[in-house]
Design a protein around this ligand. Structure first.
Ligand code: ARG
Length: 467
């Protein structure tokens, strides 16, 4: 028997085991194929733990030195692709620890004092996720900037605002775009809020009950930049609600992206013709030579399904687990990794695509004119002349009917025709019935009137400049 259990994992964990794992079980239980992605966090966490072990006198300064040198070499080997990942060493943690021991001997074997893979993996995932959150925030800012920049150029561009996808009231295209900026701004807030709960230290919880070694958890937390400690060891090693929160944030954010992507698909279709996308974001058809398809937007919409699916997967993973750690939790990584990758790529590509978007204001305006979008304005006009709103509503229905019969817009009805519909409609009704008149009239805070939209653009620009 080897004196070094980590060097000979084929016989599993300890002298207690009398037969090797079957190949299938090895493959089934191993996570190193994917959790090696945590290697930097794993080394960072181990170094902070080792430094604390040395400062409370549990290992010598020489041991700490050896561990640091060994870890530096391991980092180098992994970065350059020379590190040999071994399936029989199950996961990223055991692979790195075994290599450390091979490199520096007993000092490596002392590293795991007062620690378990249970608190180690929880620490690694939190450290890794915190880093990803900090990479995501600028991407969320970038997509908002792209939208605000486009909005800034289209404050006076009129489009039909829809409800039920039926033309409802004219709105500024900028106002429409800024709706998404509000959504992404909230996503960014949600992410910042989730980060506070990701950023807590599990180490010290050990396997589940804490440890009898006099560990200085606060020192490790400071060293790793955690804002606090997980205050219950059972909770520390077992709950993954921080991952659930992140995943919920990502799902909501992808749903926002998906709604925007859906609009881009609609707007680019011939029936809307509101926008055109740069060729580099479109694909052709193998059979129909005339086609230019908005595949990128469709994929962004489609990939929302997998991110939402991962949230369901993670919730379901957690729901039946008794305290404390269970191996089920090893299944948290692939969905989390894929969520991060999908969201990062999607935000990046959507921001780029928005920057290259060509707007067709004339088509938007034509569409707005087709649906009697200023009918509410005529009703409001009558109310301001003293008619009760319900009566005004009815009178305008007659006006729309008359316009439909003649195949014209409300603004094209003659003063005589309007007078015939209701005597209160005077010559001053004409400007009210234009698209721009309607848009400019909606000056309430948060409304589509250009001066409101400009105020909002300035506020977003100031916020995003500081981000
Ligand atoms: N690879 C494991 C995971 O991802 C590490 C923790 C293993 N702990 C254990 N007691 N088997 O959860």
């Amino acid at each position: 028997m080897s004196s070094d259990p980590l060097a000979n994992k084929a016989h599993a964990w300890s002298a207690l085991f009398s037969e090797p794992m079957s190949e299938l079980v090895k493959r089934y239980t191993a996570s190193v194929g994917f959790d090696r992605r945590l290697w930097q966090a794993d080394i960072q966490g181990s170094l902070a733990h080792a430094q604390m072990l040395a400062s409370v006198g549990l290992i010598s300064a020489a041991d700490l030195d050896a561990i640091r040198q060994g870890m530096a070499q391991i980092a180098d080997e992994i970065e350059s692709g020379r590190f040999e990942w071994k399936l029989e060493l199950e996961d990223v943690h055991l692979n790195i620890e075994a290599r450390l021991t091979a490199l520096v001997g007993d000092a490596g074997k002392r590293l795991h004092t007062g620690r378990s893979r249970n608190d180690q993996v929880a620490t690694d995932v939190r450290l890794w996720l915190r880093g990803e959150i900090d990479r995501l925030q600028p991407l969320l800012a970038a997509i908002q900037r792209a939208l605000v920049t486009l909005a800034d150029a289209h404050v006076e561009t009129v489009m039909p605002g829809f409800t039920h996808l039926q033309v409802a009231q004219p709105v500024s295209f900028a106002h429409h775009l800024l709706a998404y900026v509000e959504m992404f701004a909230r996503d960014s807030e949600r992410l910042a809020d989730a980060r506070r709960r990701v950023n807590r230290l599990p180490l010290g919880a050990a396997a589940l009950a804490g440890t009898s070694y006099p560990l200085d958890r606060a020192q490790v937390a400071r060293e790793l930049g955690f804002e606090g400690l997980c205050e219950n060891s059972l909770d520390a090693v077992s709950d993954r609600d921080f991952a659930l929160e992140f995943s919920a944030f990502a799902s909501i954010c992808m749903v926002h992206v998906s709604r925007l992507a859906e609009e881009i698909v609609l707007w680019m279709s011939q029936n809307f013709g509101f926008i055109d996308l740069a060729d580099r974001y479109c694909t052709g058809s193998s059979i129909m030579p005339q086609k230019r398809n908005p595949d990128v937007a469709e994929l962004a919409r489609g990939k929302t399904g997998r991110v939402v699916g991962h949230l369901m997967g993670l919730l379901t993973l957690m729901k039946g687990q008794p305290l404390a750690y269970n191996k089920d939790n090893q299944e948290d990584k692939e969905p989390l990794f894929d969520t991060v990758d999908t969201l990062c790529d999607t935000l990046r590509i959507m921001a780029e695509m928005i920057e290259g978007l060509r707007v067709k204001p004339d088509a938007m305006e034509r569409a707005a004119r087709r649906g009697y979008a200023t009918a509410t304005d005529l009703a409001d006009y009558l109310v301001k002349k003293g008619l009760p709103f319900r009566d005004a509503h009815e009178a305008v229905a007659h006006a729309v009917k008359a316009a439909l019969a003649r195949g014209v817009d409300l603004a094209e009805l003659t003063p005589a025709e309007l007078q015939a519909i209701h005597p209160l409609i005077g010559a001053d009704a004409a400007p009210v019935l234009t698209l721009r008149g309607s848009m400019h009239a909606r000056g309430v805070v948060g409304g589509t009137a250009p001066e409101q939209v400009r105020t909002r653009i300035a506020a977003h620009q100031a916020r995003l400049a500081a981000a």
